[in-house]
Design a protein around this ligand. Sequence first.
Ligand SMILES: [Zn+2]
Length: 288
Amino acid sequence: MWSQHELCTIMELDLGSDRINILMDTGASQEVTLHNIDILNLDLDDVDLIFLSHGHYDHTGGLMGILMRMNRKVPVLAHPEIFAPKLKALPFLNFIGLPFNRAQVEDAGAVMLEPLEPVALAKNVSTTGEVQRIVPFEKLEGFWTIKDNQYRPDTISDDRALVVNIEGKGLVVITGCSHAGIINTIRHAQRVMGVEELYVVIGGFQRMKSAGLGAQAAVSAFLLIDDRYEYGAFFFLQSRHFWEKRLTLGTSTSQSTIATFLLGLKMQPGWWPPGSCQCRPSRWLWTT
Ligand SMILES: [Zn+2]
């Protein structure tokens, strides 16, 4: 398999009498994404719809290649700001947005659906819609856009997540980058689904400046302020970053599992990869 900085996942959801397959994000380039799809023996004919977590290139760059391979009309769920200019100013001004325009993706078969609100995709399966940003310390910095002819900080309002309620277990929240903040996203998913229990969080928690400590601090903070439940697992996308700046565990008491979300990983609820850490967050110590 080929790796690059990106996210592309396929979710196969068994609804009992029916199934739904959701392609969430499309990676950064069609060459890498289609190569890996072939290596994993995944069939895009089985995909019912595409969900784009937000408009950054590393989540959308493979879209055209996927649409052309599918060669049919397919619903693409996204936020209304998905095509807005997305820029990063450091180390120099750089365009990091969706590398295609609306006409191109629609010509390739995309049926663009862009509601602000949550969309129920099936029973117990929903998009979060635009995420309310409530937690004061989940700040976003370093992103820019152009709106009304003005160069402005980009709040990346298009950042959203998918959420599945597994009855008897709780919510599975799957994020893209969590630019809206991982705690904000989890809280929003809980409100949308009307369910508090959280089972698994999968996604990128990067680029969050959480109390100055970064992504892992966001998860730690969430667990610390909400330790009423036994959580299943938190999966990070950035494995190298995670393992280089991993948490030191001060106890062997098991409460939640922390693991990296690796290239080509096939997961199902209840299975956590070897090497994951089981820990009690109130005893965590930081190493940097
Ligand atoms: Zn992003």
